[in-house]
Design a protein around this ligand. Structure first.
Ligand code: ADP
Ligand code: MG
Length: 454
């Protein structure tokens, strides 16, 4: 009886939540039954359980009631032993980065990391800095024919490499459920290998890794320096490439900068090497707007005032993860504060993040940018020449150094070709005056400032 009722609730959710939300959150749940007012579910991970409780808990209770079951509480537990039931397209295992085993239908057990259900292509915001990486990842996910092999994605921390890697896995699971995909971090690969060595069972390790269709290794820079693991990785890599199996690798730096043997790095570059660039302002704004939409599901009552998202996108420029974290905090803050979140409130609540992500502009950078901007050489700026075409840009440089760095006037003078601090003071005053009267100077300053702070 009760099970029938869950069936109805579930169909209702399926019809109203939309495909993605339903298959990400509701489908993976395993209904255990109703026990004195508590509806009990097994969830594949704690994260999923918490998310469902938070986002859909009330709705689910109402629906149970609507369909005739009295439910006061909804409870999620994560089963100790992995469920044997195959959950299509859903992650199985525990939260975190521990190596776990996916049990997927009749496929044998494959090692790998737990996937984050949020890391899908449709949640990846594309802009100039990452469009190439996105297109390459999509291509690998979409075509059963092996395209570039390996695909090597690299870029700094928090720029979306793991998000893209996992999107590939989700997509392949969706479109080619029979494909055998392993996704793990280089550390897990190493861990597995060391375990196999210890158990004297490298044979089955080798066999398993050589029998898959797609191997994805995240953060391959961690393999650096571990000799036997490097060798094993290299052998696995070559065996799979020779069998025409797809390999996707990510790292936080270019292949040539990873401290592994050169024969390996050179082989890593055979396929397609794509650089994920830091997000520019536009992309950061796009990402933060998309993430704000998601936060609104949790905090429908929170109002973010116009300009706040722009402010964050402007000021938090290094790392999308930090940008995302600041938004989460802001919504929680707004919910507690119970009033619309203004820029001032954001500044207050995120002061630590804002301080840490303030870009440190250097004087060298300023000199270089100014020289390029005015079509001069760095040496012109540093020289003693006083021609207006050089002296004015030099003053602009000093002005920017004063405004954008913490350096003292004497220090700035020294760096601009050994000038006196009064010269710097004069330059700052002069440019301040000119800015008020000469719109082209004002525009120069604005463009330079923006490019320095980008
Ligand atoms: P990396 O592996 O490069 O260190 P991640 O893939 O873990 O970075 O990304 C960090 C966070 O930023 C994740 O929550 C991810 O979803 C988010 N993120 C990064 N780039 C994007 C993007 N283009 N669109 C949406 N979210 C992004
Ligand atoms: Mg990562």
């Amino acid at each position: 009886m009760e099970n029938d009722c869950w069936g109805l609730v579930k169909s209702h959710l399926e019809a109203t939540l939309g495909n993605d939300a339903f298959s990400n959150w509701i489908e993976p749940l395993d209904y255990k039954g109703l026990n004195s007012g508590t509806a009990q579910f097994d969830a594949p991970t704690k994260f999923i359980g918490n998310w469902v409780r938070r986002s859909y808990g009330n709705r689910m209770r109402e629906l149970f009631l609507e369909y005739g079951a009295h439910v006061d509480r909804i409870e999620f537990s994560v089963p100790e032993s992995k469920p044997t039931r195959a959950v299509k397209n859903a992650p199985v295992g525990t939260v975190g980065n521990t190596a776990t085993t996916h049990t997927r239908g009749d496929l044998e057990k494959l090692p790998g990391s737990v996937l984050d259900p949020r890391f899908t292509f449709d949640r990846f915001v594309v802009g100039k800095p990452n469009e190439l990486a996105f297109a390459a990842a999509k291509r690998v996910a979409d075509s059963s024919a092996v395209g570039f092999n390996p695909l090597f994605l690299y870029g700094g921390v928090g720029l979306g490499k793991t998000h893209l890697m996992q999107s590939i896995v989700w997509e392949i699971r969706r479109s080619r459920p029979e494909a055998r995909v392993i996704y793990l971090s280089a550390e897990q690969f190493m861990h597995r290998f060391v375990q196999a060595l210890r158990r004297n069972d490298t044979m089955s390790f080798k066999e398993m890794f050589r029998s898959i269709d797609v191997l994805m290794v995240d953060d391959v820079q961690f393999i650096a320096g571990k000799n036997s693991t490097q060798q094993e990785f290299f052998d696995t890599f070559n065996a799979l490439i020779d069998q025409n199996k797809q390999i996707v690798i990510s790292a936080d730096r270019a292949p040539g900068d990873i401290e592994i043997e050169e024969r390996i790095t050179s082989r890593l570059q055979w396929g397609m090497v794509v650089d994920v660039h830091p997000a520019d302002y536009e992309l950061r704004l796009g990402i933060i707007q998309a993430k704000a939409e998601l936060q609104r599901e949790f905090y429908p009552e929170v109002v973010i005032m116009p300009g706040v998202l722009e402010f964050l996108a402007q000021r938090i420029s290094q790392n999308v993860r930090v940008l995302e974290g600041s938004l989460t905090r802001l919504f929680a803050f707004g919910s507690l504060a119970g009033k619309p979140v203004s820029i001032e409130m954001a500044q207050e609540c995120l002061s630590d993040i804002l301080r840490a992500s303030d870009r440190k502009v250097t004087i060298d950078e300023i000199i270089r940018k100014v020289a390029t901007y005015y079509n001069l050489k760095v040496n012109d700026i540093l020289s003693a020449r006083r021609a207006r075409a050089i002296a004015r840009p030099r003053q602009v440089g000093m002005y920017l150094a004063k405004k954008l760095t913490q350096k003292s006037l004497p220090e700035i003078g020294r760096r601009f070709g050994g000038r006196d601090h009064t010269t710097v003071m004069h330059a700052v005053k002069k440019i301040d005056e000119l800015k008020a009267t000469d719109s082209s100077i004002e525009e120069d300053i604005e463009l330079l400032r923006r490019s320095l702070e980008a």
